[in-house]
Design a protein around this ligand. Structure first.
Ligand SMILES: Nc1ncnc2c1ncn2[C@@H]1O[C@H](COP(=O)(O)OP(=O)(O)OP(=O)(O)O)[C@@H](O)[C@H]1O
Ligand SMILES: [Mg+2]
Length: 492
């Protein structure tokens, strides 16, 4: 949705180059017509196929300008202030002469000051112009607008089917409208037509279908992944403090309006020793909150074209907000946020975008970041207030190790009575959850090779045959612990 008022403010303030990423040209044209109605300036539209036309008047004499450079020449010499909507112009920005022409527009070196709007589904702006453009973020329809759209579609469906009534379940309609939040008008209409109204009714079953269709639509770049299997906290040994923390905040997080005086929880950073269940816990948090889990792949954010990486992260965050309430999971975040300037500052800007979003996001998106190398984490990230809490996930204590054996033996259909969990916990001091799981697996192999069932001796042998990371990398683990002692809350 385009807010004609916002656009008018931009135009009136003399912004020369406006970039709008949108597939909704007709809606943009409508909004611009309203802008010129207010500002009394001519409005032109150009595309490679239609050439140049005046949109606000029918009879204006405009020379044929199919060539991209001709339209720029024309607007340069135009004797009146005007608004120029250039559709899908990116490919022509590769020509040096066109770049220069637009630069001159931005610098006010035209006969009269002009406003050029570059509109396209994907605007690729060359570096030379990047600093001179203003991006207009398209506002998405709110609940009231979506309800209106839904009514229109219901009406259209009914009319298209000889006046047959569409059965609408009021509760399902409300849930449906909510799950459409975050979509553009065009996409919302498309989903309503293709997924919802196809059977001539609106009922509870439509909500899940809409959510899935919505994620497919939004996730265009593979930066975000929908994680269908989140596990749950019962499969995570230890981490009791973290579990309690989440349980306490669940109701507030999913509430429509948080209770008075309470801010909805925003996110946690899980720091810790390898293989101790950070990734596992991140997934279980989504299950604990009962919301979808989206994994943000920071590696996939980076792109070789100027401005694309920042755009990718911006879009991914926007998608996450559109799917809210949800958990956004950034695994091994230190790897995606190198702080060097060796890449022309791209990773700095990606980090900046993420940090700004963390403090300004408006929708309930709970960020779970995990990391095990604090030295590579940008310090801005650890500053107070970014996360609600920074949890340290340490090697499991005896009780958690006992639970880990229980979980992994049960998962492999072993009868717990056959094992002395106490002794196993004692023999596995210094082991991570992953190493305990590994010991169970290799003991099972050993037992299988002997043609016998798994017993305590197999497990103890597997433990004795393993040198855990905490021994092999004693200094690093100790360093991490010392660092965390002062700065983090223990997760267990
Ligand atoms: N606390 C735990 N409870 C149960 N299983 C665990 C626990 N910690 C680790 N595991 C087992 O080890 C596997 C690996 O753990 P996970 O990937 O969560 O560790 P991590 O802390 O994310 O490690 P890394 O730092 O290497 O990413 C899990 O899939 C699980 O099977
Ligand atoms: Mg992990």
């Amino acid at each position: 949705m385009f807010d004609a008022h916002d656009l008018a403010v931009l135009v009136r303030s003399g912004t020369p180059l406006i970039v709008i990423d949108t597939h909704e040209e007709p809606a943009l044209e409508d909004a611009l017509r309203r802008v010129v109605g207010e500002l009394f300036r001519p409005l032109f539209r150009w595309s490679i196929t239609d050439g140049l036309h005046r949109l606000d008047l029918d009879d204006e004499d405009v020379p044929p300008c199919n060539d991209s450079s001709l339209v720029l020449d024309f607007l340069h010499r135009h004797p009146q202030r005007a608004i120029w909507l250039l559709c899908d112009f990116s490919p022509y920005l590769r020509y040096a002469a066109n770049q220069r022409r637009l630069r001159e527009v931005a610098l006010g070196r035209t006969r009269e000051p002009q406003t050029v709007i570059l509109a396209s589904g994907r605007n690729e702006i060359p570096e030379e112009l990047a600093d001179l453009v203003t991006r207009y973020e398209v506002r998405l329809p709110d609940e009231a607008a979506l309800t209106r759209i839904l009514r229109e579609e219901v009406f259209a469906h009914s009319r298209g089917h000889g006046g047959r009534r569409v059965e609408v379940d009021a509760q399902a309609q409300r849930a449906l409208v909510r799950s459409l939040l975050g979509l553009s008008v065009t996409d919302a209409r498309r989903i309503l037509r293709q997924q919802v109204l196809i059977d001539g009714r609106i009922d509870a079953g439509d909500v899940a279908a809409v959510q899935q269709a919505k994620f497919r639509l939004l996730d265009r770049k593979g930066v975000l992944h929908y994680e269908p299997d989140c596990g749950d906290f019962d499969r995570v040994a230890g981490l009791t403090r973290l579990k309690d923390w989440i349980a306490q905040r669940r109701v507030v997080f999913v509430a429509d309006r948080p209770p008075k005086g309470l801010e909805p929880p925003r996110g946690v950073l899980l720091l810790g020793v390898q293989g101790c269940g950070k990734s596992l816990a991140a997934k279980a948090i989504a299950a604990g909150f009962g919301v979808p889990l989206l994994r943000l792949d920071l590696g996939a954010v980076y792109d070789k074209y100027h401005g694309e990486s920042e755009r990718n992260i911006r879009e991914a965050l926007k998608t996450a907000e559109a799917m809210a309430p949800c958990v956004l999971w950034c695994d091994e975040i230190e790897k995606g946020l190198a702080t060097s300037d060796s890449d022309d500052g791209v990773s700095r800007r990606v980090l900046g975008t993420l940090l700004t979003w963390m403090s300004e996001r408006r929708r309930p998106v709970f960020l779970v970041a995990t990391a095990n190398d604090v030295s590579r984490l940008p310090p801005e990230f650890l500053r107070k207030g970014r996360f609600d809490e920074i949890f340290f996930v340490d090697l499991p204590a005896a009780d958690a190790r006992r639970q880990a054996f229980r979980i992994h033996l049960e998962r492999r259909e072993q009868a717990l009575d056959d094992f002395d969990l106490e002794a196993l916990a004692a023999a596995s001091e210094g082991f991570s959850g992953a190493e305990i799981e590994q010991a169970v697996v290799s003991a099972l192999y050993a037992a299988h090779a002997e043609g016998r069932g798994l017993d305590q001796a197999h497990l103890l042998a597997a433990l004795h045959g393993t040198r855990p990371l905490s021994v092999l990398m004693a200094e690093r683990v100790e360093g991490l612990r010392a660092w965390a002692r002062e700065r983090c809350v223990p997760a267990d």
